[in-house]
Design a protein around this ligand. Structure first.
Ligand code: MN
Length: 480
């Protein structure tokens, strides 16, 4: 995919959503071209093909001019003689800061390769706290590197694939960039378990072929029902990615049991029509009980919104239908970066603000960054607290709270508010009193009982909490 992107391809892509950017982009390209002139990639191609493709991937997400320029220049600070100041003079300080944020800090001195890796990883992860566009450029950069991994040694391939699964896939998930996430996952699996990858790929292809006629019939049927009701719509077929299937099989399931292996995406104009469409789908195809999910009223913590319902298809297969508005679909594909399209000029501010307000991982990340000075400890804590499996529990109002596995009511209380944690005297989980250090499970309903006259958190709560935030707050209280 995206093989041999040329500057004309990039210009074409940018023109399609913002023609006024073209001259600046051309200037950044010329600069990058001259700076990298003579350098080659391991594939033997001129180096410029790499930044050009990274910029192109971002243009598919309708990135703003600063981001595309920074993408074109993203390797110049590290690999050429230009300075940050010169980039700022030629473009602006935003572009310079983005390039600087993306640049590895390999020129600094570290006592070991491991130290340097941790420092790099930290820079990548925390880039998002200053400007989310840094992680978006980094994701596009990693995507192109993963697409061209065949030119590396087998050791490097596996090392990169593992790092991609450990660091970049969770970051893509957190900001809801599913399209990048699933391609990164599949590319990683292809290099980590090539035989398994091939086996699943063949099975998937076979099922896609066998089900094609049936899915087409469903598309036609649903489309005509929607047209009868004058609901503007667009529909697509999608199959679960290979890594997603692999994960299900690893859990012990059979491929025929995967209820969302085949899916129909139905996009309509507004929320009311989402529910109207759901009614129409259910009136025609029997839903599987327990497989309906309303992510419109209960969005995922990465802001994914959609209705999911698995139905019995005419050929007896299970087919999931995903019903959402056109804007929700943009967010489902591109996550936070969909705002480039939805909000146009003010996207940058909207992205950074909504990260703070709506994405639960963000404040935890800021906190971990503040508390852990050592790069290795920082990376380990992020992996443990944010990137490992999480649980989702409910407040009594039905809000969904995301916590690391092993979290206790203490963590929950501090996640709600410091005062709630500091005045907690008891916890009720699913209508029963529990010890405040009992690990919570998925879908638990948690109520914290507080008392203003409580003695406050005891010091031994520190060990009973899992999250950096709760531990810090308990420590702070006890210092006073
Ligand atoms: Mn690069």
């Amino acid at each position: 995919m995206n093989d041999k992107i040329s500057i004309d391809d990039l210009i074409q892509s940018v023109k399609s959503y913002n023609a006024s950017m073209v001259s600046t982009i051309r200037k950044a390209y010329d600069m990058a071209y001259n700076l990298h002139n003579g350098q080659l990639r391991q594939s033997g191609e001129p180096y410029i093909i790499h930044p050009l493709t990274v910029a192109y991937i971002l243009s598919e997400m309708m990135a703003d001019a600063d981001t595309i320029c920074a993408a074109l220049l993203h390797d110049t600070l590290e690999d050429t003689n230009i300075t940050k100041e010169e980039i700022a003079e030629n473009f602006n300080s935003n572009v310079a800061n983005l390039v600087d944020g993306v640049t590895k800090i390999s020129k600094l001195n570290f006592s070991s390769k491991e130290d340097q890796n941790h420092a790099n990883t930290r820079k990548i992860i925390t880039g998002i706290t200053t400007d989310v566009r840094i992680i978006l450029i980094k994701l596009a950069d990693r995507l192109h590197n993963m697409r061209t991994l065949q030119f590396k040694t087998e050791f490097k391939q596996k090392e990169n694939a593992l790092e991609t699964l450990e660091i970049f896939v969770p970051m893509a998930y957190y900001i809801g960039a599913y399209r990048i996430k699933s391609e990164l996952e599949d590319l990683s699996l292809r290099y980590l378990k090539p035989d398994m990858y091939k086996k699943i790929e063949e099975k998937k292809l076979k099922i896609e072929n066998e089900s094609e006629a049936c899915l087409k019939e469903m598309l036609r049927t649903i489309q005509s029902m929607l047209e009868d009701e004058n609901i503007p719509n667009e529909m697509k077929v999608r199959t679960k990615n290979i890594y997603g299937i692999y994960k299900k099989l690893e859990e012990g399931g059979k491929i025929s049991d995967i209820h969302d292996l085949l899916a129909l995406k139905i996009m309509v104009d507004d929320v009311n029509n989402c529910y109207q469409t759901l009614r129409l789908v259910h009136s025609k195809y029997h839903p599987v009980n327990g497989k309906f999910k309303d992510f419109i009223c209960n969005p995922k913590t990465n802001m994914y919104r959609s209705l999911h319902t698995t139905v019995f298809a005419p050929d007896d297969r299970l087919v999931q239908t995903q019903i959402r508005t056109f804007d929700m679909d943009k967010i489902a594909s591109f996550g936070l970066s969909a705002y480039w399209d939805i909000k146009k000029g003010t996207a940058r501010e909207v992205m950074q603000q909504s990260l703070k307000d709506k994405y639960q991982f963000f404040n935890s990340l800021v906190e971990i960054n503040k508390v852990f000075g050592d790069n290795k400890e920082f990376v380990n804590q992020v992996k443990k607290e944010l990137f490992a499996n999480k649980i989702y529990v409910y407040t009594t109002k039905g809000e969904i709270i995301e916590l690391p596995i092993g979290s206790t009511p203490i963590d929950f209380a501090y996640k709600i508010h410091t005062d709630v944690g500091n005045t907690m005297v008891a916890a009720i989980v699913n209508d029963e009193y529990v010890d405040i250090d009992k690990p919570l499970s998925n879908k638990d309903r948690v109520r914290i009982i507080t008392d203003d006259l409580s003695f406050g958190p005891r010091e031994d709560w520190i060990d009973k909490a899992v999250t950096t935030h709760a531990k810090r707050k308990i420590r702070e209280f006890n210092r006073k």
